[in-house]
Design a binder for this molecule. Structure first.
Ligand code: DX5
Ligand code: ZN
Length: 221
């Protein structure tokens, strides 16, 4: 299975998003971190910005909502045309209902788990989702260190997806770099978010290719 590399524009130049998107056009999707300063202690941008990014991006949008009340806000991002919308389990009253709505609108539906959130209650819900995002840092900021202790969660998910014959992407987000991507791929991740590793590189396209190769070298899926 090919590895997907999704650069996070949280580490891009916020004054030049269109140009920054051009620098990562060889990536699979662009990861868009929406933060509300309530669910996480940081504030980025909301729906109007995502609508505009959708218009100018050369690659599909992978929206990661770090906001309270996902039930209310998530569908708007699907309506904006995002290819994938991932909301946090901790911020959702009815995760299955949100996922159903996202799919009806035409987006892939993802659910994200903070490092302290147990994966077990979500295993039986897997058929309702197209992606599970395992956070490998506390959400809120780029440039933090990868938490290898999250790999057990990924292995559990990979086993469940395999046993049930599901097509659910397993995404890791936080501290992914050439040093850590192999660990995540080995544990079963197939979709990799990288912010500082990609936008901190001299040539983002080369870094994307190197990350893809590094992940493929460790993938078991
Ligand atoms: C953190 C965000 C990440 C962030 C990752 O809350 O969800 O997407 O951009 O940045 P790096 O790759 O620098 O850890
Ligand atoms: Zn993210």
């Amino acid at each position: 299975m090919p590895s997907r590399i999704n650069p996070s524009i949280l580490s891009a130049d916020f004054a030049n998003f269109e140009r920054e998107l051009g620098r990562i056009a060889s990536a699979d999707l662009v990861h868009v971190d929406v933060m509300d300063n309530h669910f996480v202690p940081n504030l980025t941008f909301g729906l109007p910005m995502v609508q505009r990014l959708q218009q100018v991006s050369p690659i599909p949008l992978d929206v990661h909502l770090m906001i309270d009340d996902a039930d209310r806000w998530a569908p708007g991002y699907a309506e904006a045309g995002a290819y994938s919308v991932t909301f946090h389990a901790e911020a959702a009253a009815d995760p299955v209902g949100i996922a159903r709505r996202l799919r009806e609108i035409g987006s892939r539906a993802g659910i994200a788990l903070k490092p302290g959130t147990d994966v077990t209650p979500y295993l039986e819900l897997l058929p309702n989702f197209d992606q599970v995002l395992v956070m490998t840092v506390e959400p809120g900021f780029g440039g933090q260190s990868f938490m290898p202790e999250m790999m057990g969660k990924l292995r559990t998910l990979a086993r469940a997806v395999h046993v049930r014959g599901l097509d659910v992407w397993l995404q890791v987000d936080g501290g992914v770099s050439l040093d850590t991507i192999g660990i995540a791929a080995e544990a079963g991740a197939d979709t990799f978010v990288a912010g500082s590793a990609v936008f901190g590189a001299d040539v983002p396209a080369e870094q994307i290719a190197a990350l893809r190769d590094a992940a493929a070298g460790h993938s078991h899926r």
